[in-house]
Ligand binder design. Structure first.
Ligand SMILES: Cc1cc2nc3c(=O)[nH]c(=O)nc-3n(C[C@H](O)[C@H](O)[C@H](O)COP(=O)(O)O)c2cc1C
Length: 192
Protein backbone atom coordinates (compact mmCIF):
# COMPACT_ATOMS: atom_id res chain seq x y z
CA UNK A 1 0.00 0.00 0.00
CA UNK A 2 2.98 2.35 0.51
CA UNK A 3 1.58 3.50 3.90
CA UNK A 4 2.53 3.08 7.57
CA UNK A 5 -0.38 0.67 8.06
CA UNK A 6 -1.73 -2.40 6.32
CA UNK A 7 -4.83 -2.95 4.23
CA UNK A 8 -6.49 -4.80 7.12
CA UNK A 9 -5.96 -1.82 9.44
CA UNK A 10 -7.38 0.51 6.82
CA UNK A 11 -10.43 -1.70 6.29
CA UNK A 12 -10.96 -2.27 10.02
CA UNK A 13 -10.72 1.42 10.91
CA UNK A 14 -12.85 2.78 8.06
CA UNK A 15 -15.30 -0.08 8.66
CA UNK A 16 -16.17 1.53 12.01
CA UNK A 17 -18.20 4.09 10.08
CA UNK A 18 -21.69 2.67 9.44
CA UNK A 19 -23.11 3.32 5.99
CA UNK A 20 -26.25 2.61 4.07
CA UNK A 21 -26.01 0.38 1.03
CA UNK A 22 -27.10 0.83 -2.56
CA UNK A 23 -27.21 -1.29 -5.65
CA UNK A 24 -26.08 0.82 -8.60
CA UNK A 25 -27.83 -0.33 -11.76
CA UNK A 26 -27.44 0.59 -15.39
CA UNK A 27 -28.14 -0.82 -18.84
CA UNK A 28 -25.45 -2.96 -20.49
CA UNK A 29 -24.34 -2.73 -24.12
CA UNK A 30 -26.84 -5.44 -25.17
CA UNK A 31 -29.67 -3.80 -23.22
CA UNK A 32 -29.20 -6.24 -20.35
CA UNK A 33 -29.62 -5.17 -16.70
CA UNK A 34 -26.33 -4.55 -14.88
CA UNK A 35 -25.77 -3.81 -11.20
CA UNK A 36 -23.33 -3.89 -8.30
CA UNK A 37 -23.51 -3.45 -4.52
CA UNK A 38 -22.08 -0.08 -3.48
CA UNK A 39 -21.82 1.67 -0.11
CA UNK A 40 -19.78 4.67 -1.29
CA UNK A 41 -22.84 6.42 -2.77
CA UNK A 42 -23.55 9.79 -1.13
CA UNK A 43 -24.99 13.22 -1.75
CA UNK A 44 -22.61 16.03 -2.70
CA UNK A 45 -24.53 19.16 -3.65
CA UNK A 46 -28.12 20.36 -3.48
CA UNK A 47 -27.84 23.07 -6.17
CA UNK A 48 -27.14 21.61 -8.63
CA UNK A 49 -28.21 18.20 -7.27
CA UNK A 50 -25.05 16.07 -7.37
CA UNK A 51 -24.10 12.70 -5.90
CA UNK A 52 -20.92 10.62 -5.97
CA UNK A 53 -19.84 7.04 -5.81
CA UNK A 54 -16.46 5.28 -5.92
CA UNK A 55 -16.10 2.29 -8.21
CA UNK A 56 -13.13 -0.09 -8.24
CA UNK A 57 -11.09 0.46 -11.40
CA UNK A 58 -11.23 -3.26 -12.24
CA UNK A 59 -15.02 -3.36 -11.89
CA UNK A 60 -16.84 -4.62 -14.97
CA UNK A 61 -19.82 -2.47 -13.98
CA UNK A 62 -17.59 0.60 -14.34
CA UNK A 63 -17.31 -0.03 -18.09
CA UNK A 64 -21.09 -0.23 -18.43
CA UNK A 65 -21.53 2.92 -16.33
CA UNK A 66 -19.05 4.82 -18.50
CA UNK A 67 -20.67 3.60 -21.69
CA UNK A 68 -24.27 4.37 -20.71
CA UNK A 69 -23.48 7.56 -18.78
CA UNK A 70 -26.41 7.00 -16.44
CA UNK A 71 -27.43 4.84 -13.52
CA UNK A 72 -30.04 4.28 -10.85
CA UNK A 73 -28.96 4.18 -7.19
CA UNK A 74 -31.31 1.78 -5.41
CA UNK A 75 -31.13 2.54 -1.67
CA UNK A 76 -31.56 -0.83 0.00
CA UNK A 77 -33.97 -1.86 2.74
CA UNK A 78 -32.98 -4.13 5.65
CA UNK A 79 -34.86 -6.98 3.94
CA UNK A 80 -32.39 -6.82 1.02
CA UNK A 81 -29.17 -8.08 2.69
CA UNK A 82 -29.15 -11.30 0.66
CA UNK A 83 -29.88 -9.35 -2.52
CA UNK A 84 -26.93 -7.09 -1.68
CA UNK A 85 -24.62 -10.11 -1.35
CA UNK A 86 -25.89 -11.36 -4.71
CA UNK A 87 -24.95 -8.04 -6.31
CA UNK A 88 -21.37 -8.34 -5.07
CA UNK A 89 -20.68 -11.83 -6.48
CA UNK A 90 -18.97 -12.16 -9.85
CA UNK A 91 -19.96 -14.66 -12.53
CA UNK A 92 -23.63 -15.11 -11.59
CA UNK A 93 -26.91 -13.68 -12.84
CA UNK A 94 -27.27 -10.98 -10.19
CA UNK A 95 -30.86 -10.27 -11.20
CA UNK A 96 -32.00 -13.89 -10.75
CA UNK A 97 -35.08 -13.90 -8.50
CA UNK A 98 -34.92 -10.13 -8.03
CA UNK A 99 -38.09 -8.17 -8.87
CA UNK A 100 -37.30 -4.98 -10.80
CA UNK A 101 -38.82 -2.56 -13.24
CA UNK A 102 -37.25 -0.72 -16.14
CA UNK A 103 -36.36 2.93 -15.93
CA UNK A 104 -34.37 5.18 -18.27
CA UNK A 105 -31.40 5.38 -15.89
CA UNK A 106 -31.23 1.70 -14.90
CA UNK A 107 -33.32 -1.06 -13.31
CA UNK A 108 -35.28 -0.12 -10.20
CA UNK A 109 -35.17 -2.95 -7.66
CA UNK A 110 -38.71 -3.23 -6.38
CA UNK A 111 -38.31 -3.47 -2.60
CA UNK A 112 -35.75 -0.68 -2.22
CA UNK A 113 -36.32 2.34 0.05
CA UNK A 114 -35.67 4.92 -2.66
CA UNK A 115 -34.55 5.22 -6.27
CA UNK A 116 -32.23 7.98 -7.51
CA UNK A 117 -31.77 8.40 -11.28
CA UNK A 118 -28.44 9.95 -12.23
CA UNK A 119 -26.49 11.20 -15.26
CA UNK A 120 -22.69 11.05 -15.00
CA UNK A 121 -21.03 14.47 -15.16
CA UNK A 122 -17.36 13.77 -14.36
CA UNK A 123 -14.86 11.16 -13.22
CA UNK A 124 -11.67 11.35 -11.20
CA UNK A 125 -9.11 8.56 -10.87
CA UNK A 126 -8.43 7.97 -7.16
CA UNK A 127 -5.96 5.18 -6.41
CA UNK A 128 -7.59 1.84 -7.13
CA UNK A 129 -11.03 3.45 -7.53
CA UNK A 130 -12.69 5.96 -9.84
CA UNK A 131 -14.80 8.70 -8.24
CA UNK A 132 -17.91 9.33 -10.31
CA UNK A 133 -19.85 12.56 -9.86
CA UNK A 134 -23.35 12.54 -11.29
CA UNK A 135 -26.34 14.83 -11.57
CA UNK A 136 -29.61 13.62 -10.09
CA UNK A 137 -32.25 13.54 -12.80
CA UNK A 138 -35.08 11.86 -10.89
CA UNK A 139 -36.05 10.79 -7.38
CA UNK A 140 -38.63 8.45 -5.86
CA UNK A 141 -39.18 7.25 -2.30
CA UNK A 142 -40.89 3.99 -1.30
CA UNK A 143 -43.98 5.29 0.49
CA UNK A 144 -43.94 2.22 2.80
CA UNK A 145 -40.68 3.65 4.24
CA UNK A 146 -39.03 0.29 5.06
CA UNK A 147 -36.06 0.29 7.46
CA UNK A 148 -32.66 0.82 5.77
CA UNK A 149 -29.95 -1.80 5.32
CA UNK A 150 -26.87 -0.78 7.32
CA UNK A 151 -23.29 -1.94 6.67
CA UNK A 152 -20.93 -1.80 9.65
CA UNK A 153 -17.69 -3.65 10.49
CA UNK A 154 -18.19 -5.85 7.45
CA UNK A 155 -21.65 -6.96 8.57
CA UNK A 156 -25.21 -6.13 7.66
CA UNK A 157 -27.62 -4.73 10.21
CA UNK A 158 -30.71 -2.62 10.37
CA UNK A 159 -31.81 0.64 11.89
CA UNK A 160 -35.43 0.13 12.80
CA UNK A 161 -36.12 3.67 13.87
CA UNK A 162 -34.16 6.92 13.90
CA UNK A 163 -35.97 8.55 16.80
CA UNK A 164 -33.50 11.19 18.02
CA UNK A 165 -33.98 14.49 16.18
CA UNK A 166 -30.78 16.05 14.86
CA UNK A 167 -31.67 19.51 16.21
CA UNK A 168 -31.34 18.84 19.95
CA UNK A 169 -31.27 22.44 21.20
CA UNK A 170 -34.54 23.86 19.99
CA UNK A 171 -32.64 26.29 17.76
CA UNK A 172 -33.95 26.48 14.22
CA UNK A 173 -32.15 23.88 12.10
CA UNK A 174 -31.03 24.72 8.57
CA UNK A 175 -31.44 22.34 5.66
CA UNK A 176 -28.44 20.35 4.43
CA UNK A 177 -27.80 18.24 1.38
CA UNK A 178 -29.61 14.95 1.63
CA UNK A 179 -32.77 16.35 3.16
CA UNK A 180 -31.57 16.34 6.75
CA UNK A 181 -30.98 19.21 9.11
CA UNK A 182 -27.83 20.57 10.75
CA UNK A 183 -27.57 21.97 14.28
CA UNK A 184 -25.66 25.22 14.84
CA UNK A 185 -21.93 24.49 15.24
CA UNK A 186 -20.95 23.57 18.78
CA UNK A 187 -24.36 22.38 19.83
CA UNK A 188 -24.80 18.74 20.79
CA UNK A 189 -26.63 16.59 18.32
CA UNK A 190 -27.00 12.87 17.83
CA UNK A 191 -27.13 11.36 14.39
CA UNK A 192 -28.55 7.88 14.10
C1 LIG B 1 -21.86 -3.84 1.22
C2 LIG B 1 -20.98 -3.73 0.02
C3 LIG B 1 -20.57 -2.48 -0.41
C4 LIG B 1 -19.75 -2.34 -1.55
N1 LIG B 1 -19.39 -1.10 -1.96
C5 LIG B 1 -18.61 -0.96 -3.06
C6 LIG B 1 -18.25 0.34 -3.53
O1 LIG B 1 -18.61 1.37 -2.96
N2 LIG B 1 -17.46 0.42 -4.65
C7 LIG B 1 -17.03 -0.70 -5.31
O2 LIG B 1 -16.32 -0.57 -6.31
N3 LIG B 1 -17.35 -1.95 -4.87
C8 LIG B 1 -18.14 -2.09 -3.78
N4 LIG B 1 -18.50 -3.34 -3.36
C9 LIG B 1 -17.95 -4.50 -4.05
C10 LIG B 1 -18.64 -4.79 -5.37
O3 LIG B 1 -20.04 -4.93 -5.23
C11 LIG B 1 -18.04 -6.09 -5.95
O4 LIG B 1 -16.64 -5.93 -6.09
C12 LIG B 1 -18.65 -6.49 -7.26
O5 LIG B 1 -18.20 -7.80 -7.55
C13 LIG B 1 -18.25 -5.60 -8.40
O6 LIG B 1 -18.79 -6.17 -9.53
P1 LIG B 1 -18.26 -5.91 -10.99
O7 LIG B 1 -16.81 -6.25 -11.03
O8 LIG B 1 -19.11 -6.80 -11.82
O9 LIG B 1 -18.48 -4.48 -11.27
C14 LIG B 1 -19.33 -3.49 -2.24
C15 LIG B 1 -19.76 -4.77 -1.82
C16 LIG B 1 -20.58 -4.88 -0.71
C17 LIG B 1 -21.04 -6.23 -0.26
Amino acid sequence: MGSPFGAMDFRRTLGQLPTGVTVITTVGSYGQPVGMACNSFMSVSLDPPLVLLCVGNTSSTLIDLQRSGRFCANILASSQAQLCRQFSVKGIDRFAGVPWTESAAGPELTESIAWVSCAIESEQDAGDHVVIIARVTGLRVNEDEPAPLVFHRGRFGSLSEASEPLAATGAAPRPVTGGGVRTPSGSPGTVL
